[in-house]
Design a protein around this ligand. Structure first.
Ligand SMILES: [Zn+2]
Length: 489
């Protein structure tokens, strides 16, 4: 059995002041055919699993390109056309194949193409014909369109947020697609449109219990696969929102019923799945009153992992206004300020302008006389077993606060983002990090307390107010009862 695989992935925040082009893919992760590393990336876990099966003699594998760009703004039309055609040409050259397995993210939007993954799967289907099995793995923060469901035989999605199970989802995608290609199963996909958008961390109730039950139902054989698409509120897509996906072995009616039942349960979670998001004054008052540090304060919406620049100064301004000391910020993205700090050198005093430069909604730039405490070429942090680049970075200090300035955008994943640069986190009253929830795993063990702090910025964080152009379906919270006859019209 000959199998083709490829991976094209990014998460597009259509409201971001940033844009995305080929250089962003090349800089973040780009592996031409045969050059994929042995270790998986978030959206390419199908590669190592397929290689293992090829080595066992189970399949003949033809690898296409695998690439990923750090979440940012709209993908240019030329970039999307280039990457799409690159992979489709590789597939044409590999024909005939019996199966195609794609590692996708699912929230990529390009200029003139609102559903990149749907278009890609439809083009793949045209090339391989109706009988070849197509599998795709997705990040839950994605948009599930009819084009994807119509053209894929298997869809798997990370169940966990934080996405600790991305390898498991890739393995499941490979396994089910190959079983279908061998005729052992006849997968049919059932989807229930939950018609809501929310933040659904699985590290806490009620989503924790829901994911545990999805796994139990899979183990019991109630379905071949169960998945929840969480949706991505910063992507203006007609398919935006939560969708329940059930794959059964040739049991459409039972799958539809299970998807509806579980989807209705998900709808009942609306508004109560996320932790309390505090305003900055409330969060920082708690920091001021805290006896033992460090309190970890998440700047939940200025999260570069959600496609914004990550240079908001709003919480920093509150800290300075309140006169709080012994606070460390990680990170504020400002390559220009980093360059000035590197030129000045460690120990230098500099009159520096930093942060707040890429939009008019993330606070003004901060102007201060700062001491350059540390400069570092190619700084990194860890995320589980993977190493995440921060680019050239600098630590500056003024008025009792230290700020990590970085030049390669990344959300905060791990305390070693501070300690790798010599910051003593135990001596800090608070660590302010830019991340919605992925920070939680690694910071929880060192945190006296974790606070989620919400300030407005370039991330469209209130779907009721966001000016969506292509989203026309009624979804909660834009509509109170989107499942009623008129509310769902
Ligand atoms: Zn995600």
């Amino acid at each position: 059995m000959k199998v083709f695989c490829a991976s094209i992935a990014t998460e597009t925040n259509t409201f971001s002041p940033l844009r995305t082009d080929l250089s962003d893919f090349y800089e973040s992760f780009y592996a031409p055919p045969g050059m994929h590393p042995q270790t998986p990336t978030l959206c390419s876990a199908v590669f190592p699993e397929l290689r293992a099966r090829a080595q066992r003699g189970e399949i003949e594998l033809v690898e296409g390109t695998a690439t990923w760009a750090e979440p940012a703004g709209l993908v240019s039309a030329q970039t999307w056309a280039h990457l799409r055609d690159e992979v489709l040409d590789q597939l044409r050259a590999a024909m005939p194949v019996q199966a195609v397995v794609m590692g996708l993210h699912g929230a990529m939007i390009a200029q003139d193409c609102v559903d990149c993954e749907g278009e890609l799967l439809a083009e793949i289907r045209k090339i391989v014909g109706p009988d070849v099995k197509i599998g795709a793995s997705f990040d839950p923060h994605s948009h599930l369109s009819a084009a994807r469901v119509d053209n894929a035989d298997i869809i798997t999605v990370f169940k966990e947020f934080p996405h600790t199970d991305f390898v498991e989802a890739g393995v499941a995608c490979v396994d089910l697609t190959l079983r279908a290609a061998r005729g052992e199963i006849r997968p049919v996909i059932s989807v229930f449109d939950v018609r809501m958008i929310d933040v659904l961390p699985t590290s806490r109730a009620p989503m924790r219990g829901f994911v545990d039950r999805m796994r139990a139902l899979e183990d019991e054989g109630a379905a071949l696969s169960l998945s929840v698409i969480h949706g991505f509120m910063a992507g203006d897509s007609p398919d935006l929102g939560v969708k329940m996906v059930v794959i059964t072995d040739d049991a459409q009616a039972a799958g539809d019923a299970l998807a509806r039942k579980l989807g209705q349960e998900l709808f009942s979670f609306r508004g109560r799945a996320r932790p309390d998001f505090l305003d900055p004054r409330t969060a920082l008052d708690k920091v001021a009153q805290s006896g033992s540090g460090p309190v970890v304060v998440a700047d939940v919406w200025d999260n570069p992992g959600g496609g914004v620049p990550g240079d908001s100064t709003i919480i920093l301004r509150h800290v300075l206004d309140m006169g709080l000391r012994d606070i460390a910020f990680g990170t504020i993205w400002d390559p220009m300020a980093v360059r000035i700090c590197h030129a000045a050198g460690e120990g230098a005093q500099v009159k520096l302008r930093f942060g707040g430069k890429t939009s008019d909604v993330a606070g003004d730039p901060v102007d201060a006389v700062v001491r350059v405490v540390r400069v570092q070429r190619d700084a990194v942090q860890s995320f589980g077993a993977s190493v995440v680049p921060l680019g050239d970075s600098a630590v500056i200090e003024f008025q009792g606060v230290q700020v990590v300035l970085n030049s390669t955008r990344s959300q905060a994943f791990s305390p070693d983002l501070f300690t790798n640069l010599g910051i003593d986190i135990a001596a800090k009253r608070a660590l302010v990090v830019k991340s919605t929830n992925h920070f939680h795993g690694a910071f929880a063990p060192v945190a006296a307390e974790i606070l989620y702090c919400a300030v407005d910025g370039p991330y469209p964080n209130d779907p009721r107010r966001t000016d969506y152009k292509t989203l026309t379906r009624a979804i909660w919270p834009r509509v109170e009862d989107p499942h009623s006859a008129d509310g769902g019209a």
